[in-house]
Design a protein. Structure first.
Length: 241
């Protein structure tokens, strides 16, 4: 009896010391840790919760080739549209990894404008890098590029598709392992003779085309902002020619 009494007293004393020092027995400690984990999960912000994708952030990638020799070419319409958007919104470009970047804020949305510096045929490397860096979901990517198969100045905005023989789109598809990403094709027409395709797409706009771009580039900006604000379907219905 005396032994049992002393044993119980010992347990009581250990329990008292544990409480005094803020300790718990192993089972209780596990319960406490579980409660702490649940509380922490409930109080996490979206930014700290597994670095979740930001549904209000968009990557607008305008395709083109870097350097003054390509600045006014048909193939660089992606660059030109984004340059016009940046100018209209009074934004400044910053040269960073794999391209030039600027950020456009519009009604609670963040549009990251990207002009890859990888040259057209390797555009996918820059697109993939900035999507991952900024945690941007695939459906919030919009690639702006030229299209020989569309009449000059017309738009074709789609949520998925093939590369259509366009090397920039082909590389993006290979890097992302899917063709299911939104793209904005700007028609440059196919007004070239046989064997002159490269010269045509890398050629500069004619004076007549330049006069039409004055109206079509602002419309392109509207379409890009609509994509972020109104969604893909509404934008397709409003702007596809």
């Amino acid at each position: 009896m005396l032994f049992l009494f002393l044993q119980n007293q010992h347990k009581t004393m250990l329990s008292f010391v544990r409480k005094l020092l803020g300790l718990q027995n192993p089972a209780a400690n596990n319960v406490s840790l579980e409660i702490e984990k649940q509380t922490a999960a409930q109080t996490q912000t979206p930014a700290t919760k597994n670095r979740s994708l930001d549904m209000k952030k968009f990557l607008i990638a305008g395709l083109g080739n870097i350097g003054p020799a390509y600045k006014n070419t048909r193939h660089n319409i992606g660059f030109r549209v984004l340059d016009a958007l940046a100018k209209q919104a009074d934004l400044s470009w910053e040269t960073v990894k794999l391209g030039d970047i600027t950020t456009h804020k519009k009604k609670g949305r963040t549009l990251i404008l990207l002009k890859p510096s990888t040259f057209m045929n390797l555009s996918g490397k820059a697109v993939k890098y900035w999507m991952e860096k900024e945690n941007i979901p695939l459906e919030n990517l919009l690639v702006v590029t030229d299209d020989l198969n569309l009449p000059f100045g017309t738009f074709r905005i789609k949520g998925k598709g093939s590369s259509g023989g366009h090397n920039g789109l082909k590389d993006i598809q290979e890097m992302l392992s899917t063709g299911k990403y939104p793209r904005f094709r700007f028609g440059i027409s196919d007004a070239f003779s046989k064997g002159k395709q490269v010269d045509y797409v890398l050629g500069e706009w004619t004076p007549q085309e330049e006069s039409l771009l004055i109206t079509q580039i602002p419309k392109s900006i509207e379409a890009i902002e609509s994509f972020a604000l109104a969604g893909l379907d509404n934008t397709m219905n409003s702007f596809n020619g």
